[in-house]
Design a protein around this ligand. Structure first.
Ligand SMILES: *Cc1c(COP(=O)(O)O)cnc(C)c1O
Length: 366
């Protein structure tokens, strides 16, 4: 077959004419950013789609997480319990807020933070928990909330992978004190670059508004010390366009997900993360675990696919705690499961337009 490169994902885009038509009014208005009408419209639409009471659009998912953490005003040096089995952004957002990450191991079953190990890590300095719904796998939100309530901690979910995921019929952004989403080009839903914070406390909207727009509240009034993290109108329009097609995109992903699952179900040495019954997935990723008991190791499969121009990804390897910038800097915690998953995991290509025949090919090479 063709020699085209197959990457782990491909950005969703609306039909060209649809986007061009949608951005035309910007040439009349000359209003390109600063919380314009499309920014406002997208906030409203996303609140509906994500089924959340409050939402603030941001320039990207990382800044959404930085701002969400900053909005709580934790004292400098306070400890934040988090997972190392994630994209580096999660840990960066904590450290860049001058807080101390305390890594907690994850569960082998779904890669999310092991809620049974959180309590042992709590000290007088603990201020928050930052778990990740990794690959859209829902954390044990009930148990985490119970711990947070008992010790008076805030919970901020990194839901960057979980756009459109529901748990017990509720949008995933309703859990914890706040959640962040990423609308990066590589995610299930994109605004080219973009992100959002979701929350239920309405005061939070004002705080985030200040943080994302220099704290400017009037022509001559700056009431808060803010950064610049607002989304521009071109991105907001991309978001409005992509939102029209998101259900269809997720349905297409679901078909491909099922196709992989069926073909890989009985392959020796390969296993999968578990999903909870009460969880509605967005089929954002197709991670497999290769334990090395079969013919090839994870790295062997990765290389074999690469030889055929198929670029699977070792998400997330190494774990963030082992990255050069963080290694041996923070409290030494046993992270056996996280490291094991990082050695075994391979994310296979999955996107709405991925050829079904390509999936057969990928499976054959595996
Ligand atoms: C993508 C991602 C982010 C950062 O989002 P950006 O929009 O790329 O800034 C944060 N956390 C996780 C887990 C991610 O995958």
């Amino acid at each position: 077959m063709s020699n085209e490169k197959i990457l782990v994902t491909q950005s969703s885009m609306p039909p060209y004419e649809e986007y061009i038509e949608a951005i035309k009014p910007l040439w009349d208005s000359h209003w390109l950013t600063n919380m314009g009408m499309y920014h406002q419209e997208l906030e409203e639409e996303l609140k509906k789609y994500l089924d959340v009471p409050g939402l603030s659009l941001m320039v990207n998912g990382h800044m959404a997480l930085e701002m969400a953490i900053q909005a709580f005003g934790f004292p400098e040096g306070a400890e934040v319990i988090t997972t190392p089995f994630t994209f580096i952004s999660t840990t960066h957002a904590i450290v860049r807020n001058r807080l101390e990450p305390v890594f907690c191991d994850v569960k082998l079953s779904d890669g999310t933070i092991d809620e049974t190990k959180i309590e042992d890590l709590i000290t007088e300095k603990t201020a928050a928990i930052v778990p990740v719904h990794v690959y859209g796998n829902v954390c044990n939100v009930e148990a985490i909330q119970k711990i947070a309530d008992k010790y008076n901690l805030k919970v901020i979910y990194d839901a960057a992978h979980a756009f459109g995921v529901k748990y017990r019929g509720k949008g995933i952004g309703n859990y914890g004190d706040a959640s962040i989403f990423s609308f990066h080009a590589t995610k299930v839903y994109n605004t080219i670059e973009g992100g959002a914070v979701t929350f239920s406390d309405h005061k939070f909207y004002e705080k985030l508004y200040n943080l994302k727009n220099f704290g400017i509240r009037g022509e001559e009034l700056v009431s808060d010390i803010g950064a610049n993290a607002k989304m521009n109108e071109f991105c907001a329009i991309m978001g409005l366009c992509n939102l029209k097609h998101i259900d269809e995109a997720i349905a297409e992903r679901k078909k491909r997900h099922a196709c992989y699952m069926e073909r890989l179900a009985n392959v020796e040495g390969i296993s999968f993360f578990e999903k909870k019954d009460e969880e509605d997935s967005n089929y954002g990723y197709f991670p497999i675990l290769i334990d090395g008991s079969g013919e090839k190791t994870r790295d062997g499969v990765y290389e074999e696919l690469k030889r055929h121009d198929i670029y699977a990804r070792k998400y997330f390897y190494p774990i963030t705690a082992d990255q050069a910038c963080f290694r041996n800097k923070y409290r030494n915690v046993k992270l056996h499961n996280a490291r094991m998953l990082a050695r075994q995991v391979l994310v296979l290509p999955l996107y709405e337009k991925l050829d079904m025949e390509k999936i057969d090919q990928i499976v054959k090479y595996i």
